[in-house]
Design a protein around this ligand. Structure first.
Ligand code: PLP
Length: 227
């Protein structure tokens, strides 16, 4: 089932890239396994998936331990708690949800010396998200400069997690706003737009997503949070 879903999502990504007149390989599929068991991730891995996203630190570490033999690139996409930055810095390849100088600095200082700089994206609050996470658009330029100067972090781009919206054009709007704002910054280091989930995949790709974070469409609906 998971490998069939993976093929469907990959097909959709290719189709939307064609519509957007973008190269078919310009979008990275991040499989979001939060609340799902390690067996599901193993199944996706055996179907060729290599990038996996998790939202809860403890749950992710448990799965990482179970999947130690697999060559997985791990992305943290959940809210960052200050008391977890040390674990995030040591156990992930990417952190998508940086939204404060303080947590960026902690990740920088805590990134182990034997690992390459941690890839980070800055989460921007673009549609008045209820979660209240994400920096305001006006704060983005300053935070970019600060994070770009941190030697143990590699600033890659931005993340938007807009409030759910069923209308296609309205799904596109926050991504377009943020994409335009990032282009105006004129920073060559920002090569990543982490836009789009199961329900707004097409809108995200048409607005320039380079990473899409897909859970439900691959692994099915989520039950209660497991950790
Ligand atoms: C859970 C989650 C996703 C995946 O959402 P789906 O709608 O299940 O595809 C993507 N991004 C973040 C930040 C998430 O927490």
């Amino acid at each position: 089932m998971i490998s069939r879903n993976l093929n469907l999502v990959r097909q959709q990504i290719r189709e939307y890239c064609r519509i957007a007149k973008r190269p078919e390989d310009s979008v990275l599929l991040l499989a979001v396994g939060k609340t799902k068991p390690a067996e599901d991730i193993a199944e996706a891995y055996l179907a060729g998936q290599r990038h996996f996203g998790e939202s809860y630190c403890q749950e992710a570490l448990k799965k990482q331990a179970e999947l130690g033999a697999y060559d997985i690139t791990w992305h943290f996409i959940g809210p960052i708690q200050s008391n977890k930055t040390k674990l995030l810095a040591a156990h992930f390849d990417w952190v998508h949800s940086v939204d404060s100088f303080k947590n960026a600095k902690r990740l920088n200082d805590q990134r182990p010396a034997h690992l390459p700089p941690l890839n980070v994206c800055l989460q921007v609050n673009i549609s008045g998200e209820q979660s209240k996470s994400g920096v305001e658009l006006e704060e983005l330029p300053a935070l970019c400069e600060q994070v770009a100067d941190m030697p143990r972090l590699r600033l890659r781009g931005v993340v938007a997690i807009p409030a759910p919206e069923s209308d296609f054009e309205r799904q596109r709007l926050p991504y377009r706003t943020l994409g335009d704002a990032v282009k105006r910054l004129g920073r060559a280091d920002l090569d990543t737009f982490s836009f789009g989930m199961s329900d707004d995949l097409k809108a995200a790709i048409l607005e320039g997503a380079t990473i899409v974070r897909i859970g439900t469409a691959l692994f099915g609906a989520r039950g209660a949070r497991s950790a």
